[in-house]
Design a binder for this molecule. Structure first.
Ligand code: SF4
Length: 482
């Protein structure tokens, strides 16, 4: 019997335009990866996608008022139009906790309207908070915890009938076997782009590794399995295929982003930089990656030759917070390394670099924010360095989330535990109510929007429209707070 799998990609309810613009550029890469992997393993599999973000039937007004019946009505019509009766399994692979409310409503509607469908839920949020899926009359048939490729593969291979039922709750499957990266094909861009063939819209990504050897406490990556690498030849084969797709779809601005958590931790990163330089790929594509400051100093000339843009997580210049975040054990040396990198970019102003700053972690105060600002003022005067501040989002997979009591007692931090269940903008709700005793959310947003804006606008490649949208969003948010 052939297996027809439908990947449903939920958006998020109550999201404002500012974040839609950002999220709509991102491929649901985990779902695309699962699709290609399962097709490689099983010749009798067909897959397709429904990405709610791009379904015009589901209008914005329904996404801000999901319980008025129209969302349900249009969702059912959408699935009927997509011949839901031809599929036997629905897969909800949830990358963001902000998708939770919508994904859960979709699963409940589908189970009620199309009772024969088996619904499988997996991904970051279900792995972090399985209890969110284990409630009475849960619509899910299977809940996969951990990396899903191999478990889904076995589930599809299994000839036994499915023994879970809604009344007993989903069958919980623990992914014990991690996938060998050398067996993973290129994500299934082909099927997805057939359905959503938007030219010059998406950011194409590729990776050479999974995992990260570091352990920053605010980071939301799956920590199981440590760092795993791909062989160069396997990577190259996928890279060549991806280049063709990118040239076809993003003709205006061909760009490839390395999705590795830490580019230089990958064993083949040096060879990949040499490949880009040797084949002069930088004349055709722009490349970018994220990596660690400590690792790039000895590679800076190679980055320069490959014209690779790098993003570095400086996060903060507060020594207390750097230790608290487990970013480094030696903040003085850490900040010196950043100064050296900034000086390198000062001398090489045709190169571009991004410094990520994370504001609003537990323990943040007006003073720690000012320490970071002073570091930036004193060191970054060049406009080929983009300062990219973002607010700490209390994602459930982070070490911080798992140790909230510690921060409550040490700094007087105030968290909202299950912010993804609140019926309002999840991005705003994920930010801490109080990073520390004497620093409120209102002060945090005020400092963020007023004190960091001059740095953001200093970057020579930032668009005026992006700046205006940024300003409007944060000013409005600030006004809403009391
Ligand atoms: S923030 Fe970056 S360096 Fe730190 S654990 Fe996460 S991926 Fe690794």
């Amino acid at each position: 019997m052939s297996n027809k799998l439908l990947f449903v990609i939920p958006s998020s309810f109550y999201l404002e335009e500012y974040h839609k613009l950002i999220f709509n550029k991102i491929f649901p890469i985990d779902a695309l990866q699962l699709s290609s992997y399962l097709k490689k393993k099983h010749t009798n599999i067909e897959t397709n996608f429904i990405d709610i973000r791009f379904e015009n039937r589901i209008k914005n007004s329904f996404l801000n008022n999901p319980n008025n019946g129209q969302f349900k009505e249009e969702l059912v019509k959408l699935f009927e139009k997509n011949q839901i009766q031809n599929f036997n399994k629905i897969i909800l692979n949830l990358t963001l906790s902000s998708q939770y409310l919508q994904a859960d409503l979709i699963a409940n509607i589908l189970k009620k309207e199309f009772n024969d469908l088996k619904i499988i839920v997996c991904g970051y949020h279900p792995t972090a908070i399985p209890e969110n899926y284990l409630y009475k009359k849960s619509p899910y048939d299977f809940l996969i915890l951990g990396e899903p490729e191999e478990t889904l593969n076995k589930l599809i291979k299994s000839k036994k009938s499915i023994s879970s039922g809604q009344n007993n709750g989903p069958k919980v499957l623990h992914s014990e076997q991690l996938v060998d990266l050398n067996t993973i094909p290129l994500p299934d861009f082909h099927t997805y782009l057939k359905k959503y063939p938007f030219k010059n819209n998406f950011n194409f990504t590729i990776s050479m590794s999974r995992g990260c050897p570091y352990n920053c406490r605010f980071c939301r990556i799956l920590k199981n399995g440590g760092l795993r690498n791909m062989k160069f030849d396997i990577f190259k084969e996928k890279f060549d295929k991806l280049k063709e797709i990118v040239l076809n779809y993003n003709k205006k601005k061909p760009k490839i982003v390395f999705n590795d958590q830490c580019f230089n931790s990958s064993q083949i990163s040096k060879r990949v930089l040499n490949l880009i330089t040797h084949d002069k790929l930088h004349d055709q594509f722009s490349f970018s990656c994220q990596t660690r400051a400590e690792l790039i100093l000895k590679y800076r000339e190679q980055f320069k030759k490959a014209k690779m843009r790098i993003a570095l997580g400086l996060e903060s210049a507060s020594k207390i917070l750097l230790i608290e975040m487990n970013k480094t054990k030696n903040p003085t040396k850490y900040l010196e390394i950043f100064k050296e990198i900034i000086n390198f970019y000062k001398k090489n102003n045709e190169m571009f670099c991004r410094l990520n700053i994370l504001i609003g972690v537990p323990g943040e105060t007006e003073n720690t924010v000012n320490e970071t600002l002073n570091f930036l003022k004193n060191n970054v005067s060049n406009n080929n360095i983009e300062i990219f501040p973002s607010l700490y989002s209390n994602e459930p997979f982070t070490n911080i989330y798992q140790n909230m009591k510690y921060y409550e007692s040490k700094f007087g931090t105030k968290f909202i535990k299950e912010w993804w269940k609140i019926h309002s903008d999840p991005i705003k709700n994920s930010v801490l109510l109080k990073p520390s005793k004497n620093y409120s959310k209102k002060q945090l947003i005020g400092d963020f929007k007023d004190k960091f804006f001059p740095f953001i606008k200093n970057y020579e490649q930032i668009s005026k429209i992006a700046l205006i949208i940024w300003k409007i969003y944060y000013n409005k948010w600030y006004d809403e707070l009391y």
